[in-house]
Ligand binder design. Structure first.
Ligand SMILES: C[S@@+](CC[C@H](N)C(=O)[O-])C[C@H]1O[C@@H](n2cnc3c(N)ncnc32)[C@H](O)[C@@H]1O
Length: 280
C-alpha cells in the first residue's frame, strides 16, 4: 500500500480530530448506504473499515437486540475511539475488532457487510474482498459506499484546482495524485465489477449519487479552507511551508465564498457510488 494511505499515526489523528464534523457532512452518504443495505431486525452485520464507529452504532440500532454487529478496523486507535463512544444503550451487541480484513477470519457468518468509505485502501483488494465474501453466509449481501473519481466531486476538485493554481503561480513543483487513486480507487465500474466477481460475489450493483455536502458539518469559508489542507488530495500537494499554506488558504477561502448557504457555511457537491453485491 502506498505509504500515504496507511491508516496510522497522523492520518488517524487527523481523521479523529475532524470526525464529528465529517460525520455530519457525510449524513447523506450514510442515508443512501442504509437505504440500500435495508438492514432487518435480528441481522448480523459486519461494518468494515468502521473507523470511530458511527455507522456501526447506527447498524446496531437498525438490527436491534436480537442482531449482532462487528466493527472491524485495521487501526487500534480508531477502535479505541469507537469503544469510547459506544456508551449509549444501543440495540445489538457490537464486537469491536482490530484487524486487517485481508488477514481476518470472521468468527461467525454475517448476513450483511456494510462500509462507509472503508474499502478503498486495501493493499491486496482481491484478498480483502475474498475475505469479505467469506465473512458472509450464502445469500448474504455486500453494500458499500465509495467515492466516485476525484474530479467528479466539487468538494475535492475545487480546493485541489485552486491550490495547484497557487503552486503553479509560485513556480512550485508537486506530484499530481491520480484522479482514481487512494480514496478514489474503486471509482471504475468495470474494474469494481471484475474485482467483486473475482472475489466470489454475483449481482454487482452500481448506484451513483451526487449530494450537496456541508463541509466539515458546518464551516465558514476560511475554516473550511484550512480544513481542506488537512484531508484529501489538497493536503498531499501543498507543502509544509507556512507562506505557501497561507497563500493557498486565502485563495481557497475566496473560492469558497462563492459556495455558502444562508448560514454562511460552505456547501459543495460530492459524488459517491453505493456498490452492492451478493454472495451466492
Ligand atoms: C475513510 S475512513 C472511514 C471510517 C468510517 N467508515 C467512517 O465512515 O467514519 C477508512 C477506514 O478504513 C480503515 N481501513 C483501511 N484499510 C483497512 C483494512 N485493510 N482492514 C480494515 N480496516 C481498514 C481505516 O483504518 C479507516 O478507519
Amino acid at each position: 500500500m502506498a505509504a500515504e494511505y496507511r491508516w496510522e499515526g497522523d492520518r488517524v489523528a487527523r481523521w479523529l480530530r475532524n470526525a464529528e464534523g465529517v460525520d455530519r457532512q457525510l449524513a447523506p452518504v450514510t442515508e443512501a448506504l442504509f437505504d440500500a443495505a435495508a438492514l432487518d431486525s435480528g441481522e448480523r452485520v459486519l461494518d468494515v473499515g468502521c473507523g470511530h464507529g458511527p455507522t456501526t452504532r447506527k447498524a446496531a440500532w437498525a438490527v436491534g437486540p436480537y442482531g449482532r454487529v462487528t466493527g472491524l478496523d485495521v487501526s487500534a486507535a480508531m477502535i479505541e475511539a469507537a469503544e469510547a463512544a459506544d456508551t449509549s444503550d444501543h440495540g445489538a451487541t457490537i464486537d469491536w475488532t482490530v484487524g486487517d480484513v485481508a488477514e481476518w477470519t470472521a468468527p461467525y457468518p454475517h448476513d450483511v457487510v456494510i462500509s462507509r468509505f472503508g474499502v478503498m485502501f486495501f493493499s491486496d483488494p482481491h484478498r480483502a474482498f475474498s475475505s469479505l465474501s467469506g465473512a458472509l453466509r450464502a445469500g448474504g449481501r455486500l453494500c458499500v459506499a465509495v467515492w466516485a473519481r476525484r474530479d467528479a466531486s466539487q468538494l475535492f476538485e475545487l480546493p485541489y484546482t485552486v491550490a495547484t493554481s497557487v503552486l503553479d503561480e509560485m513556480g512550485l513543483d508537486y506530484e499530481v495524485p491520480p484522479a482514481d487513486g487512494g480514496p478514489f480507487s474503486l471509482s471504475d465500474r468495470a474494474a469494481v465489477t471484475e474485482l467483486l466477481e473475482g472475489a466470489g460475489f454475483v449481482d454487482v450493483g452500481w448506484a451513483p449519487h451526487t449530494f450537496p455536502m456541508t463541509i466539515g458539518g458546518g464551516m465558514a469559508p476560511e475554516v473550511a479552507a484550512k480544513g481542506a489542507l488537512e484531508l484529501g488530495p489538497t493536503r498531499i500537494v501543498v507543502p509544509d511551508d507556512e507562506a505557501v499554506r497561507q497563500a493557498v488558504v486565502e485563495a481557497v477561502t475566496d473560492a469558497y465564498c462563492e459556495h455558502v448557504d444562508r448560514d454562511g457555511n460552505v456547501v459543495l457537491d460530492g459524488s459517491i457510488v453505493v456498490v452492492t453485491a451478493t454472495r451466492p
